[in-house]
Write a protein that binds this ligand. Structure first.
Ligand code: PGA
Length: 257
């Protein structure tokens, strides 16, 4: 199983600070072990620069969102075709902030995943429950619905090309992290859902944890059986923190049987 550390920069940085952050990661990239894949998702205006700066390294560049249509009269939107044309290799789909502030439904997120898969881009599909959903004990059902609603239509071969990120909404940007046990039990639940499509799907799809993951809590989280790395927000904006997370993921991978 692959181990992945992905940085979701959200709507942060400007041209100068984005360049400095990419340069700091590129500088260290020769020391990244082959056991960990590193992905960064800068804002749209800096994607071209990120692709150029990361060329020749193992760092892959992702977008944070795309439109599901190939092209057309959708003012302000960016298609997966455009992303691919500049060398972007992956794209986040269905982040909880897109669901919350831009009313993205599971069906629409599924359309985005379909557009990405059709072009050979890697979708990083996000799911996760809100605080009140966990408090009322509905968290497993909520994640099941999100998975089925967005990913239910894909073939096994397509599903095997998806990366999943479990991000409990109550943990995103709040400093509250899921405990190791809470993360593991939800990741095991997601793994079981993948298993209904066959062992090969369950064995191929990495499930990342996201939500206030940082160098002080990552070791325990990344050590969980079904946690295959992290989708990192805040801590991905500080080069040393992100690099430390890459090292922790490498070590945890190395210590697995
Ligand atoms: P956070 O964000 O690490 O800042 O909580 C994670 C995410 O939303 O992807």
């Amino acid at each position: 199983m692959r181990t992945i550390v992905a940085g979701n920069w959200k709507m942060n940085t400007d041209r100068v600070s984005a360049a400095a952050l990419i340069d700091a990661l590129v500088k260290e990239s020769a020391s990244f072990g082959a056991e960990v894949e590193v992905i960064i998702a800068p804002p749209f205006p800096f994607l071209g620069m990120a692709v150029e700066k990361c060329a020749g390294t193992t760092i892959r560049v992702a977008a944070q969102n795309c439109h599901e249509a190939e092209k057309g009269a959708y003012t302000g939107e960016v298609s997966a075709t455009m992303l691919r044309s500049i060398g972007v290799q992956a794209c986040i789909a269905g982040h909880s902030e897109r669901r919350q502030y831009f009313s993205e439904s599971d069906a629409r997120i599924g359309e985005k995943v379909a557009a990405l898969l059709a072009l050979g881009l890697t979708p990083i599909f996000c799911c996760g429950e809100k605080k009140e959903e966990r408090e009322s004990g509905r968290h497993f059902d909520v994640v099941t619905e999100q998975m089925k609603g967005a990913l239910g239509r894909f073939s096994n071969a397509e599903l095997e090309r998806v990366i999943i990120a479990y991000e409990p909404v109550w943990a995103i940007g709040t400093g509250l992290t899921a405990s190791n046990e809470q993360a593991q039990e939800m990741h095991a639940h997601i793994r079981a859902l993948l298993h209904t499509h066959g062992a090969s799907v369950a064995d191929h799809v990495p499930i990342l944890y996201g939500g206030s993951c940082n160098p002080s809590n990552a070791e325990g989280l990344f050590a969980q059986t079904d946690v295959n790395g992290g989708l990192i927000g805040g801590a991905s904006l500080v080069a040393e923190h992100f690099l430390e997370l890459v090292r922790i993921a490498s070590d945890s991978k190395a210590s697995r049987p």
